[in-house]
Design a protein around this ligand. Structure first.
Ligand code: SF4
Ligand code: SF4
Ligand code: FES
Length: 820
């Protein structure tokens, strides 16, 4: 156990580990020492001097080394002549700290007055107004009147775009450096910095495009003034007009805890709309951070294009019908199809939705299929990370393997947490056919040829080299496997190989050990847990079905399904929130509520079941997915729950062993986290929200339940290799893609860009192409215009094709690329 020291702060005694800073020790006993530059996630720098306190230490007799006592037996305390910064001074035994003395207050007043010599009087028009540490501390500690002539205040250009997402108001900046240190220390992307000196100092961006980082929005939360604002929210609403409701980000498998800030407003036709998305603290998931995709992709929820009424095909067009007609028709068609019903659902749906959909398919004797092209979920249910796993506790002596995944593009907050684990000393092994940003932090980088994924894992399992030995000897080991360069079959094979590696090295069935799938959707893991699996030939499954029920997926838009050449098309029911190419070809369209409009749960890639809550009223006549499915099921005589998401979850928990004993109440439990945010003060975590609505519960994998685990046999190669004189197109994932919901956030369009492919410079030369040039990519008979990018780490003979960019490539296959 680490040594502790006991000290007194404002008359209250506190015992904390040696080395704790005064500011943190005070926080633990409810004393909020004012800070600006200090942030508990970053190294202290003592730049702003706001945290000045009086510090006294026991007087020690030099001759005896004993503490000198007063007459009453209490230790004599000698106070330092000057105030000290609580954010840089560690505690010591017997220390006495005064934060509310007159001298300390004088210090606070002087610092506030000094800051206000430059700061404009913007509060009435400032986005931070109402939740601003400077405003609040000025009210608490500032002088009643400024002595500095207003005309002498420094004036800078206001509303300066650091990038298209983040704006800087230079006059408001108090030069605390939090934003710069966040980018440098936490993200490792120092794309902003100080420029000039003295009163002329300002923040500038060094990157092109400006502020080029997927984590830029977090700086607006931790900026203690209104200097940094997002282009999305600035001038959008006042803080006190906003309501807050807890949710989970649905954009990737990390499952970041978030808050939707909403407001009813005239310009949105009197509707309640999401005004901004903020992080909600969960130290085991996302700490205090979210990525820019999670922050800015919310505009689809109030899109005027939303489906608001059931629609039925009459001739060539879809016509509005009543819910009763729609549900009756769906039930009749499903009943007629019986065993030939195909339910195709995506991991965009909640567990409750998927549970009812599976029950409907099972009740009819039909088939429930997961929409996606990544396999391995059966393995994560067996040897996935165990309960008690927390990436923040991985460090020296532990190992992490990331294979076939570009974590920053696929799950940005995992990228951040894996990077931090490596910085704490964990052995990070990054295996990928090309360079990714995680390589910088890796102890070992393995560059394999496409098709060698399985062999790469088998080589590690042999433990014949220092990489394999480091993995095998690690106290704890986690494997992140993805689907970069792979399709369904290849990723399944890779997952099997990873599962064997983990088991053979004794890294399953305990906390901080096991397999994690870098899924393409937020609840893919939940879908696998509930028995959904993808199929290899989706088109064949579609054509063989008598009726198809597609929920939360756009296979026609993605080019996964086509009606071309289909002789007898099945009756097609599509349940969606927005019109898509799939709804366009549907016979019946059922409008679903966006997840922000209803309750439910997701299972994150780390197998944590987390609750989300209704932040918005329903749109039009849209209903929750689970309720629509239950209503159809009831018409078929099936006993499906439609009362509430909680009631569906109750059924789910008694039928699914992994969910045993889970309830909505358990998922909503919270406990105190460090750092402490919220509690009415804004100084620490910025405007991140305190978690009052649940930290979630991790599922117990079969290996941790000590059930016998039978793994499938490892099979040969994961995918094809490039052939001589051919180009092998391989899919990769990008964070900002051209998905229907993403594209409705116009702010992101510049970052999303046009469809592109990436090739090796030599390949570009062979094809007579250059960086930035337009070319035509042909895949499987379909073709699209793309921009060419070059990357010398990409294998020759391989063309990287991003998913969801309008290019129908889901597994490695031959492509052609021609200059336009
Ligand atoms: S922009 Fe904000 S966070 Fe950055 S240095 Fe200025 S006040 Fe601090
Ligand atoms: S890391 Fe994933 S879950 Fe977290 S905010 Fe970004 S997209 Fe959402
Ligand atoms: S010097 Fe302590 S908070 Fe800035």
């Amino acid at each position: 156990m680490s040594k502790t020291v006991t000290l007194t702060i404002d008359g209250k005694q506190v015992t904390v580990p040696e080395g704790t800073l005064i500011v943190d020790a005070a926080k633990k006993i409810g004393v909020d020492i004012p800070v600006f530059c200090y942030h508990p996630k970053m190294q202290p720098v003592g730049m702003c001097r706001m945290c000045l306190v009086e510090v006294g230490r026991p007087v020690v007799d030099r001759a005896t080394g004993q503490v000198v006592k007063n007459e009453d037996g209490t230790p004599q305390i000698r106070f330092a002549p000057n105030l000290m910064t609580a954010c840089t001074t560690p505690v010591s035994e017997g220390m006495v700290v005064l934060t509310e003395s007159e001298k300390a207050h004088d210090g606070h007043r002087a610092i506030i007055e000094f800051l206000l010599t430059s700061h404009p009087l913007d509060c009435p028009i400032c986005d931070k107004g109402g939740e601003c540490p400077l405003q609040e501390l000025t009210m608490r500690h500032g002088p009643p009147q400024g002595r500095f002539p207003y005309e002498d205040k420094i004036h800078f250009e206001k509303h300066f775009p650091l990038g298209e997402l983040i704006y800087l108001d230079r006059e408001r900046c108090i030069l605390c450096g939090r934003c710069i240190r966040y980018q440098a220390e936490i993200v490792g992307e120092p794309v902003i910095g100080f420029y000039q000196r003295g009163r002329a100092t300002e923040i500038v961006t060094y990157s092109d495009p400006g502020f080029d980082s997927y984590f830029s929005g977090n700086t607006t939360d931790i900026c203690p003034v209104g200097a940094l604002t997002t282009a999305d929210f600035r001038f959008g609403a006042r803080a006190w007009e906003l309501k807050a409701e807890a949710s989970i980000c649905a954009q990737c498998p990390v499952g970041c805890n978030i808050v939707f800030n909403t407001r009813r407003e005239a310009k949105s036709g009197g509707r309640v709309v999401i005004k901004r998305v903020m992080p909600r603290q969960n130290e085991e998931v996302n700490e205090l951070w979210i990525c820019d995709k999670g922050r800015f992709v919310h505009h689809y929820t109030h899109s005027a294009e939303r489906l608001s009424r059931p629609l039925m095909r009459k001739g060539e067009t879809l016509q509005p019908v009543s819910w009763e007609d729609a549900l009756r028709t769906a039930a009749e068609k499903f009943e007629a199809a019986g065993k030939e019903v195909l339910v195709l659902a995506s991991g965009r749906l909640s567990n409750e939705d998927l549970f009812n959909l599976k029950a409907l398919a099972d009740g009819l004797g039909g088939r429930a299929v997961l929409y996606g092209d990544m396999g391995g979920g059966d393995l994560t249910t067996l040897v996935g990370v165990g309960q008690g796993t927390n990436l923040a506790t991985l460090g020296a002596g532990d190992a992490i393997l990331v294979i076939a995944s570009d974590l920053q593009e696929e799950a940005p907050i995992w990228w951040l947490r894996v990077k931090q684990a490596a910085e704490r000393g964990a052995t990070l092994i990054v295996a990928n056919p090309r360079a990714t940003k995680l390589d910088t932090y890796a102890s070992f980088v393995i560059r394999y040829a496409n098709g060698d994924e399985v062999q790469t894992v088998l080589n590690l399992a042999k433990k014949t080299d220092k990489i394999g030995q480091a993995f095998a000897e690690a106290e704890n080991a986690v494997v992140f496997f993805g689907s970069e360069g792979l399709g369904l079959e290849g990723s399944q094979r890779l997952a099997v190989a990873c599962a064997h590696l983990l088991r053979e090295t004794g890294h399953v069935g305990k906390p901080n050990n096991g397999l994690i799938g870098v899924w393409q959707r937020a609840n893919d893991q939940g879908a696998w847990e509930l028995g959904f699996e993808p199929v290899a030939d989706l088109q064949a499954a579609f054509e063989q079905a008598g009726a198809v029920y597609i929920v939360g997926a756009d296979p026609f838009g993605d080019g996964r399904l086509t009606l071309d050449g289909v002789k007898e098309r099945p009756f097609l029911v599509v349940q969606e929130i927005l019109p898509t190419p799939t709804t366009e070809v549907a016979d019946l369209v059922l409008p679903a509520q966006a997840y922000a409009e209803r309750e439910g749960t997701y299972v994150s890639g780390e197998r944590r079941v987390q609750r989300f809550y209704a932040a918005l009223p329903p749109y039009g006549e849209a209903r929750p997915d689970f309720a629509i499915t239950a209503a159809i099921g009831k018409r078929l005589g099936l006993d499906l729950e439609d009362g509430s998401a909680e009631k569906v979850f109750e059924r789910l928990a008694v039928t699914q062993p992994a969910f045993e004993n889970l309830t909505y109440a358990r998922l909503a439990e919270v406990r105190e986290q460090w750092p402490i945010v919220g509690r009415g003060d804004l100084y620490y975590g910025g405007t991140a929200y305190e978690n009052r609505r649940g930290l979630g519960v991790q599922l117990v994998p079969a290996a941790q339940r000590e059930e016998p685990v039978t793994l499938p046999e490892v099979q040969g190669e994961a995918g094809p290799r490039p052939e001589e004189d051919e180009w092998l197109g391989v899919p990769v994932t990008r964070l900002l893609d051209r998905g229907t919901t993403v594209l409705l956030s116009t702010l992101l369009h510049r970052r999303i860009g046009e469809p592109f492919v990436v090739v090796h410079p030599m390949a570009a030369e062979r094809l007579s192409l250059a960086e930035g040039q337009k070319a035509r990519l042909t895949v499987n008979g379909a073709s699209a215009e793309v921009t060419v990018r070059v990357d010398e780490t990409v294998s020759a003979g391989v063309v990287l094709v991003p998913r969801s960019m309008g290019l129908p490539l889901y597994e490695p296959m031959k492509v052609s690329l021609k200059a336009l």
